[in-house]
Design a protein around this ligand. Structure first.
Ligand code: PLP
Length: 394
C-alpha cells in the first residue's frame, strides 16, 4: 500500500527484498534532488547570495529535523557523514585515545570491526567480542565479564544485525556498560528504517546513522555525539568550512558540528535525507512497525514450509533481515536463479564474515524487508524459491 509513494515500484517489475543493502526512495526525496540541482544549486556555509543562503538554510534544517527525530538535545550533537562506515571510522580515529579496549558483539558488520583493527595497530587497543548464545542471543554474562576485566572500555555494538535481523537490547546493554564506566556507541545502520530511536531513552553516547538505508539518497549519514563527549573529539579531517583562523603554521577550528564537516558536503543528499525523515514522520513508526511486522511474520511462516530450509535464529527480537540456507544447496546458485525471476535478495556473507565463520558457513540467502513490502512480494519470493529448488534438486 505504500509502494505508490516510491517511483521505483512503478518503473520496475523487480520484487525488491534487499532493503538491508539499501532502501528505495520516496518521490519527495527524489523531487528534492531535482529541486536543489535545478532551483538553488549553490554551496553551503560560504557565499552570501540568495541561493547560497537558501542551500545553507535547507541543509541546516535537516540537522534540526534529525535532532528531533532521534530526540537529541542540541544541533551540535548531530554531525553529518557519508554514512555509518564513515561515522565509525571517524570515532575510531578521533576518540580511540580515550579508552583501552573496544567491546563489540559477534554479529557486527565489517564496518564495526575493521576500523578497530586499524586503531588496534596504532594505539594498542584490544578488541573483545561478546559471545552469542542459542538463537544468536547476546550473551549478557560474557559481556559483564569483559567489562569487569577491561576497565576503560568502549562498547560498539550494532542495534539490528544486517545479516540476521537480530535486535540487540540496547537499553540494557547501555545501562550495564555505563555501570562499569564504559562509553557506548551504537551502529544504527539498520535501525531507523524499522524502529523509533530515542537517543535519550537508550542513553547512548554515540549513535551512527545511515541515510541510504533510511529511504534517503546514498552517500549521507550522521553520527550523534552526546554533548559531553564533543570537547574530547578531535577533528578527523580539516579544510574548507572547518576553520576559524589560519596562517601558514597554525589553524584554529570552529566549534561542533562544523569543525567535523570538512569540505563541501553532499548537500542534495542531506536535503533528501531530511525529506526521508519527514516522510517517515508523515506515515508514522506505529504504521511502519505494525505493517512490516505482519509481512515479516508471514515471510517466516512461508519460508518454514520450504523443504530442507536451515535458519540460524528464530524471529523473536528480530526485524528486517531473514537469513537462511537449504541443505545441500549453494546459496549463490539460489541467488542467480531467482534473479532471473526478478527477485532481488542478497546472497553471501553480508559483510559479516566473522559470524558466518563462527556458524561454519560461507554465507546465507538474506531476504530483507521494508515497510513497503507486502504479502504478494512474499508469495512471489516463495514461488521463485520453489522453482529454483526444483531446478537445483532435479
Ligand atoms: C549493520 C551495518 N553497519 C554498517 C553498515 C555500513 O553502512 P553505510 O553503508 O551507511 O556505510 C551497514 C551496511 O550494510 C550495516 O548493515
Amino acid at each position: 500500500m505504500f509502494k505508490n509513494d516510491f517511483p521505483y515500484f512503478q518503473n520496475s517489475k523487480v520484487v525488491y527484498l534487499d532493503n538491508g543493502a539499501t532502501t528505495q526512495k520516496p518521490k519527495s526525496v527524489i523531487d528534492s534532488q531535482v529541486d536543489y540541482y535545478t532551483q538553488y544549486c549553490a554551496n553551503t556555509h560560504r557565499s552570501n547570495f540568495g541561493h547560497a543562503n537558501k542551500a545553507t538554510q535547507e541543509f541546516e534544517k535537516v540537522r534540526v529535523i534529525l535532532k528531533e527525530f532521534i530526540n537529541a538535545s542540541k544541533n551540535e550533537e548531530i554531525i553529518f557523514t557519508k554514512g555509518v562506515t564513515e561515522s565509525i571510522n571517524f570515532i575510531a580515529s578521533s576518540f580511540a585515545t580515550h579508552f583501552k579496549t573496544v567491546i563489540i558483539s559477534s554479529l557486527e558488520h565489517h564496518s564495526n570491526i575493521t576500523p578497530w583493527h586499524m586503531q588496534g595497530r596504532s594505539l594498542g587497543n584490544g578488541l573483545e567480542v561478546v559471545n552469542f548464545k542459542e538463537n544468536l542471543d547476546f550473551d549478557f554474562e560474557h559481556f559483564e565479564e569483559l567489562l569487569k576485566a577491561n576497565p576503560n572500555s568502549f562498547v560498539s555494538i550494532t542495534h539490528i544485525s544486517n545479516a540476521f535481523g537480530k535486535i540487540h537490547d540496547i537499553k540494557t546493554i547501555t545501562k550495564i556498560a555505563h555501570d562499569y564506566g564504559a562509553i557506548v556507541m551504537i551502529d544504527g545502520a539498520q535501525s531507523l528504517a524499522h524502529l523509533k530511536v530515542d537517543v535519550k531513552e537508550l542513553d547512548v553516547d554515540f549513535f551512527a546513522i545511515s541515510g541510504h538505508k533510511t529511504f534517503a539518497p546514498t552517500g549521507v549519514g550522521a553520527i550523534y555525539v552526546k554533548e559531553k563527549f564533543l570537547k574530547d573529539l578531535k577533528a578527523y579531517q580539516t579544510g574548507g568550512a572547518t576553520i576559524n583562523d589560519v596562517d601558514f603554521n597554525h589553524s584554529t577550528l570552529l566549534d561542533s558540528p562544523y569543525k567535523f564537516e570538512a569540505g563541501t558536503q553532499n548537500i542534495a543528499g542531506i536535503i533528501g535525507f531530511g525529506k526521508a525523515l519527514e516522510y517517515i514522520n508523515h506515515i508514522h513508526y506505529k504504521n511502519i512497525q505494525s505493517y512490516e511486522h505482519n509481512v515479516y511474520n508471514y515471510l517466516d511462516e512461508e519460508l518454514k514450509k520450504l523443504p530442507d530450509i536451515i535458519f540460524y535464529n528464530d524471529i523473536s527480537d528480530s526485524i528486517g533481515s531473514r537469513s537462511f540456507n537449504f541443505k545441500g544447496i549453494v546459496h549463490d546458485d539460489i541467488g542467480i536463479l531467482i534473479d532471473k525471476m526478478n527477485i532481488a535478495v542478497r546472497v553471501g556473507h553480508h559483510c559479516a564474515q566473522p559470524i558466518m565463520k563462527k556458524l561454519g558457513i560461507k554465507g546465507t540467502i538474506r531476504v530483507s524487508t521494508a515497510f513497503y513490502n507486502d504479502f504478494v512480494d512474499v508469495d512471489k519470493l516463495i514461488e521463485a524459491l520453489t522453482k529454483a529448488l526444483k531446478i537445483l534438486k532435479d
